[in-house]
Design a binder for this molecule. Structure first.
Ligand SMILES: CC(C)(COP(=O)(O)OP(=O)(O)OC[C@H]1O[C@@H](n2cnc3c(N)ncnc32)[C@H](O)[C@@H]1OP(=O)(O)O)[C@@H](O)C(=O)NCCC(=O)NCCS
Length: 213
């Protein structure tokens, strides 16, 4: 059985106990309006700005069982860098552990897990739970963030969800990633605002995006 959380297994609690900053979710006019076709793979999920920085050798492919140790290391670096201003050390460790304890099994299915590979090195990973059209994970290695890799992985997940007939993609998003998802067309939606990862409460924001056929 898969755990209930999606993305970095984050959940949201907006209380003094976890005084994480909650970024405002911008409206369409602040997110650049309708997304333009991206240059990378002509995939509509990739914005022009980040696409321009994408490594030309980037390959997005399904993960293999033997990729898992390298992916876990990149998840650790992704969380330590990308989440450091919004989550404390215990929360970041809990998120990492929640993936570490399941990813070997999950790599065998039924979740769809894809990795971004650059010059033989894995630099990002994303996970889709097809039946629920839920984005369960999206991580880009610390040193590779802000280069369009996350957008490319998200576009792949969106394409896979669409192919399975999903009309929306949703997830429990980490607070640091809210601007990223807002720019990709996601909006806040109802749902639990915290998750328990390895016994630690982790704030998140539930977000969703309508998928065009
Ligand atoms: C969130 C994450 C997946 C984004 O991936 P990325 O490769 O760094 O993002 P991209 O380079 O594709 O960014 C796409 C756009 O979003 C913007 N963006 C990305 N992260 C942002 C942030 N934290 N704040 C504001 N804008 C952000 C970029 O500037 C870019 O805009 P542009 O195309 O206009 O230039 C990555 O930073 C990460 O792994 N973070 C740590 C783990 C995490 O929180 N994962 C999400 C779990 S729900």
């Amino acid at each position: 059985m898969h755990r209930t959380f999606a993305c970095p297994g984050f959940s949201a609690i907006w209380t003094p106990l976890f005084p994480a900053r909650r970024p405002s979710v911008p409206g369409p006019e602040q997110t650049g309006g309708p997304r333009r076709p991206g240059s990378w793979c002509q995939n509509e999920g990739v914005r022009q700005g980040s696409a321009a920085r994408l490594p030309s050798s980037l390959d997005i492919r399904a993960i293999r069982f033997e990729d898992v140790p390298e992916i876990l290391r990149l998840i650790h670096r992704a969380v330590e860098r990308g989440c450091r201003h919004h989550y404390d050390a215990a929360q970041r460790a809990a998120v990492y552990v929640s993936y570490a304890q399941n990813l070997f099994i999950e790599s065998l299915g039924p979740l769809e897990t894809v990795a971004a590979e650059e010059a033989g090195r894995l630099i990002g990973v994303a996970q889709l739970d097809p039946p629920s059209a839920r984005l369960r994970a999206l991580f880009v290695d610390g040193a590779s963030q802000q280069r369009g890799v996350g957008s490319a992985l998200l576009a792949e997940v969106e394409a896979r969800a669409r192919r399975r007939g999903a009309t929306r993609l949703h997830g429990a998003m980490s607070l640091n990633a809210i601007p990223f998802y807002a720019r990709a067309g996601f909006r806040a939606c109802p749902g639990a605002e915290r998750l328990i990862a390895a016994g630690v409460s982790v704030p998140v924001l539930r977000m969703e995006k309508a998928l065009r056929p």
